[in-house]
Design a protein. Structure first.
Length: 535
């Protein structure tokens, strides 16, 4: 991308006024300068990010993002400096020749939405890459971004490659994992499963407080380069609200946090009351169900031992993390999907995770707790085991095959089998869970006062081995490393990789720490680990 001449407002106007050249640029719709985002497109090739100039950083301080690919377009996004309030910002979607404008228009930054600029671009060709850019009235240009259109619903794509990640903190860690994702070959989009920001539980209360946090996190240039190079499919966790958020929180604070999140991402609906759970269809190859596990959930259970009255609350049959409407939507969607692979974008791990297993399985005495034990202290699906069992049993009963959950939140890498009842050897494998570690180290478990990383590493490896022995449905466990997950999807198999990155090494490159192969119809996974990738 850096080899071609930069776009500009004057260049756009020159092309538009060039007679037959203008007709060729606009294509058959002609009136692409309207604000409705309609246009047509021809072929393009993927190209890498470019660093923003000083002028674009001041004018468009958060860079650019494209999100939620559709067969006919995508949402493109930026945030304009307050000085552009009330002015028209030009947007352009351009073919890879750098001249042919296939869709364009102008939009006024939404001052009531933190100056965010979002356009739902439609009318593009399916299964294609395009470049896009925003231009201020005084010709200051944003970085060039790339958007991706999805294949048509009735098509049969041969491949899909996506990354998934979560948990990026501002601390001593570097955003080198984000840089590595930006350079992954053939990446169609990346899924961010939340904790994109971490707010202050006591001080981030009002809408402007939440906006300021996003401004700080989005200022990182490596994050901006990733987001300009690769489309995002985003969901929140609790870092975007406050620690442990659930449906019972203060309504005004929940609304402020929801509003700030929607303003900060390329999602189409700014209404904080509208559902954010949604699905993305990639022809008949894959359907991605993005789950909201925070907005409708019952409070988490702090106690971890089900032998105590406080811990036993987690086992209550009516507890929910999805809420009834989302759960019905998900079950209907899984049942009706024509995709070869059904993927759950799951902000926290679906795998049952215990420090102590006290359920010997069937036959159980009357009243005996199902899946009794002492659980990993991580408010996630383990706080809603009855609903998890209901979901997995429905997948089995409805004959839904090839379901994979990509998850985040825990800062721990987990790969495991999902069964309605993991303590029952006869319980069928309904799905698979792949939980990525964090993008940054928080905490750095090798940094222990009075010790050294060399002394702490064997201790962590021993804990991992014990965890695998207790949780027999696990195939991989890693408490130490950071990075992201990568999924290679084809009609015959899905290969999932855990890409490990040392966040304290500014020259770090991502290395495959583990690889898992799932052929269609699999009931277990082929796992391969690479210890030399670990820090």
């Amino acid at each position: 991308m850096s080899e071609r001449s930069p776009w500009s407002r004057r260049r756009f106007l020159g092309v538009a006024a060039a007679g037959t050249a203008g007709v060729a640029a606009f294509g058959p719709l002609g009136a692409c300068s309207s604000d409705d985002g309609q246009g047509t497109a021809s072929s393009t090739t993927a190209s890498g990010p470019i660093a923003p100039s000083a002028s674009s950083t001041a004018t468009f301080p958060d860079g650019v993002m494209a999100g939620d690919p559709r067969p006919d377009g995508a949402v493109i996004w930026t945030r304009a400096d307050p000085s552009l309030a009330g002015t028209d910002v030009l947007w352009e979607v351009v073919d890879d020749d750098g001249v042919t404008i296939v869709a364009t228009g102008s939009v006024v930054p939404d001052d009531a939405a933190d100056g965010s600029v979002r356009v739902l671009v439609t009318g593009l060709d399916p299964d294609r890459w395009y470049d896009y850019r925003f231009v201020s009235p005084d010709d200051l240009e944003s970085p060039i971004g790339r958007l991706r259109t999805a294949p048509t619903v009735d098509s049969s794509p041969e491949r899909l490659t996506f990354a998934w990640c979560s948990c990026q903190q501002i601390n001593d860690s570097l955003y080198v994992a984000q840089r590595a994702m930006a350079t992954e070959p053939d990446l169609d989009f990346f899924v961010h499963l939340g904790d994109y920001v971490y707010v202050n539980d006591q001080e981030t209360l009002e809408i402007d407080d939440y906006r300021e946090v996003y401004h700080r996190f989005k200022a990182d240039p490596l994050l901006q380069q990733l987001q300009s190079a690769v489309p995002i499919v985003a969901m929140f966790d609790d870092g975007e609200f406050y620690n442990g958020v659930d449906a019972t929180g203060d309504p005004a604070r929940l609304r402020a946090a929801q509003t700030a999140w929607r303003e900060a991402f390329p999602v189409a609906d700014l209404d904080p009351e509208a559902p954010v759970y949604r699905s993305l269809v990639w022809g008949d190859l894959a359907e991605l169900f993005m789950l909201d596990v925070r907005s409708y959930r019952d409070p988490a259970v702090d106690a971890t031992d089900t032998a105590t009255p406080e811990g036993a609350v987690a086992l209550d049959a009516d507890r929910t993390t999805l809420g009834p409407e989302q759960k019905a939507w998900l079950l209907d969607g899984l049942r009706e999907s024509d995709a070869a692979w059904k993927v759950l974008g799951n902000p926290y791990n679906l795998s049952l995770t215990r420090f102590e297993d006290r359920d010997d399985g069937p036959p159980r005495e009357p009243g005996e707790q199902v899946n009794a034990g002492n659980y990993f202290p991580n408010e996630a699906w383990d706080d809603y085991p009855a609903e998890r069992r209901e979901l997995l049993q429905a997948i089995v009963d409805d004959g839904v095959a090839d379901v994979v959950s990509v998850s985040g939140h825990t800062h721990v890498w987990i790969a495991g089998l999902l069964q309605p009842d993991p303590d029952d050897p006869a319980s069928p494998v309904a799905a698979f869970d792949f939980t990525c570690g964090s993008l940054t180290a928080d905490p750095n478990v090798l940094d222990v006062k009075g010790s050294t990383p060399e002394a702490e590493r064997p201790k962590q490896l021993a804990i991992e081995e014990i965890g695998l022995q207790i949780n027999q449905h696990f195939r991989y466990l890693n408490f130490v490393d950071q990075g992201y997950g990568l999924a290679h999807v084809t009609p015959d198999e899905i290969i999932l990789e855990f890409k490990l990155v040392d966040p304290f090494d500014e020259a770090a490159e991502a290395k495959v720490g583990a690889r898992f192969v799932l052929p269609r119809g699999a009931t277990d996974m082929v796992a391969e680990t690479f210890d030399d990738a670990r820090r």
